[in-house]
Design a protein around this ligand. Structure first.
Ligand SMILES: [Zn+2]
Length: 63
């Protein structure tokens, strides 16, 4: 998922729902495996199903 700023990552993850039970996710971990990549590991609050979200941060060049 491309985003323009890391600030929108958490709200997007919190707005998502578990595909198994429709429950909300709890954020477990936030990682940056590469400079423009963010990985967010979450777990369903209801059924504990794990899921990872990948984001690509599109940087805006400032001139
Ligand atoms: Zn669930």
């Amino acid at each position: 998922m491309p985003v323009t700023t890391t600030a929108v990552i958490e709200p997007r993850v919190k707005a998502a729902h578990c595909p198994h039970c429709g429950g909300e996710f709890r954020l477990l971990d936030h990682e940056a495996p590469a400079p423009a990549i963010r990985r967010v590991d979450v777990m369903c609050r209801q059924c504990s199903a794990p899921r990872s979200f990948w984001f690509r941060v599109l940087r805006t060049e400032l001139n």
